[in-house]
Design a protein around this ligand. Structure first.
Ligand code: B12
Ligand code: SF4
Length: 448
């Protein structure tokens, strides 16, 4: 008889104009997986995004440090986003392979699915629809960012039996125990369940939850109301485990506030890494705070093996910061750049995110910011604003947007520039292209 798992963890598809595996893993689901193992459940993973699935029609290209493309299939663009002159796609396994995989695994007692961007909900709905075809009666529990930020929508449309809001502790485990009985298997380790993947090109981790800041465009406080830092030694053991047991060299941090309380938090971890002599590469795809980048911090980051640094500069216009985040001043950016260069970082390792598409923001602001960043030796990366329900900026966004933002989370898609009434798509493409050229020049020459 086939040894079916008690629970299948599902990472659903992405439906979007573009998607790239920039150290993007469902960490919340993998942490939950660790708790389930600890509680004696036998679990398995069905990852709809798996770029290593053997019978994919084409192998997605992989890039540096474990990042890479997903398998992509063009699909019709949702009619609501008809005015956006771009192609739409499903990223991940063809549905037939997803179904085949479900049949191969066999019927579990419970299915647990995660969700990320609110506007990726069509991937959640489709995954649930496909699961129902194979296991019509198995309960499905949905959680994650979309489920937390848009619970009403998720309850009404996802098709899940249970929609969980927030992190979930004992109460969540209690619910799971009413839905599935653990077979009492022994957990192989206490860490997020990256080993359920076919390959482990990198591991993502978070040393803290939440953020002490409260920028008006950000959902961090809605997802994690309390800022909490983990024990540095525990994090070191997590890194050591993946490196020693699975040969993982690339680690990406998901923290919202990695550098806060540096002396008491990140410094002890970096000291452990440096003194252990491990040759690892660290990446921070989620931005770091420029304000906390001192000379000492820069030196530690360099010594410990950080190779991809991203910072939240957002804009060089002081008014934007006054109105929205108060998180950085231009002098702090300049100072940080000096420290980073002195510590030995090269320009192709340093990037700054710049927000555009904010309510009432002039498109030229982002271009000025990009030029300024490049002139000072940082690569500019554009981050389009995604309006998020419940954030302080959301009502303003609703009042200027060209779509009814409250009616469908598809309208939160950052690629649509929802807060621009009449997008000049040609100009937008022109800016993107010019910024890409700036990045190339900066990474080759160190400046422009
Ligand atoms: C890391 C991160 C990224 C990474 C990739 C993440 C990934 N996995 O793919 C990178 C840097 C690439 C990224 C990119 C972007 N991101 Co981002 N990202 C995050 C961040 C900081 C953390 C998410 C995370 O994994 N957290 C860690 C784990 C532990 O938590 P979790 O997955 O949320 O899960 C917890 C609970 O939800 C729950 N849970 C999870 N699954 C399940 C399942 C069940 C059943 C249950 C019960 C519970 C549960 O358990 C966990 C707790 O134990 C969040 C902000 C935040 N603080 O959460 C923004 C966030 C999700 N990103 C956001 C945005 C806007 C973006 C960008 C659009 C930015 C931009 N303008 O370019 C891009 C879009 C990328 C794309 N189009 O491909 C927004 C969401 C927007 C939206 N409308 O949904 C957020 C909320 C930040 C914000 N601005 O407020 N992001
Ligand atoms: S944008 Fe960054 S600094 Fe601001 S609240 Fe969100 S995570 Fe914190």
């Amino acid at each position: 008889m086939k040894d079916t798992p008690d629970i299948i963890l599902v990472n659903p598809w992405i439906y979007d104009f573009a998607a790239f595996d920039l150290w993007a893993r469902p960490l919340g689901l993998f942490i939950l997986g660790a708790k389930l193992r600890e509680a004696g459940y036998q679990i398995t993973l069905l990852d709809a995004l798996d770029p290593f699935y053997p019978s994919l029609p084409r192998k997605p290209r992989r890039r540096n440090f474990g990042t890479g493309h997903y398998f992509r299939q063009p699909i019709p663009k949702p009619s609501l986003l008809g005015d956006v002159p771009r192609n739409f796609a499903r990223y991940g396994l063809p549905p037939a392979l997803f179904q085949q995989e479900l049949r191969r695994i066999g019927r579990p007692q419970l299915i647990i699915m995660t969700s990320l961007m609110t506007y990726w909900y069509p991937g959640v709905i489709e995954a649930i629809r496909q699961i129902r075809k194979v296991f019509p009666h198995t309960p499905i529990l949905l959680g994650g960012v979309y489920a937390t930020l848009c619970p009403e929508h998720a309850r009404k449309y996802s098709g899940a039996d249970y929609v969980w809001v927030g992190e979930g502790g004992e109460q969540l485990l209690h619910l799971i125990k009413t839905l599935a009985r653990p077979r009492g298997t022994k957990s192989p380790h206490p860490f997020p369940v990256f080993d359920l993947q076919r390959q482990i090109p990198y591991v993502v981790l978070t040393t803290s939850y939440g953020c002490p800041f409260s920028c008006k465009y950000c959902a961090s406080r809605l997802l994690r109301p309390r800022f909490r830092q983990r024990d540095p030694e525990e994090i070191f053991q997590e890194i050591l485990f993946w490196h020693q047991k699975f040969g993982v060299k690339d680690f990406a941090f998901y923290d919202d506030a990695l550098l806060v309380n540096f002396q008491g938090h990140l410094a002890p971890l970096l000291e452990r890494i440096v003194s252990s002599g491990l040759k690892l590469r660290f990446h921070t795809p989620n931005a770091l705070h420029l304000r906390f980048l001192t000379k000492e911090v820069a030196l530690w980051l360099k010594q410990a093996g950080f190779v991809t640094l991203r910072f939240g500069l957002e804009s060089i216009d002081p008014k934007t910061h006054q109105n929205l985040d108060r998180k950085v001043q231009i002098e702090e950016f300049l100072q940080a750049m000096e420290y980073l260069k002195t510590a030995g970082f090269s320009s192709n390792q340093i990037g700054v995110y710049l927000l555009w598409g904010l309510p009432e923001q002039d498109l030229d602001e982002v271009w000025r910011s990009a030029l300024y960043a490049a002139q000072h030796g940082a690569q500019p990366f554009l981050a389009e604003y995604s309006p998020i329900p419940g954030t302080p900026l959301f009502s303003k966004a609703c009042s200027v947007a060209r779509y009814p933002l409250t009616q469908d989370p598809l309208f939160h898609n950052n690629s649509c520039f929802p807060c621009i009434r009449e997008p000049d798509w040609e100009k937008i493409e022109q800016i993107k292209l010019s910024v890409r050229k700036l990045r190339t020049r900066v990474s080759q020459l160190g400046t422009i």
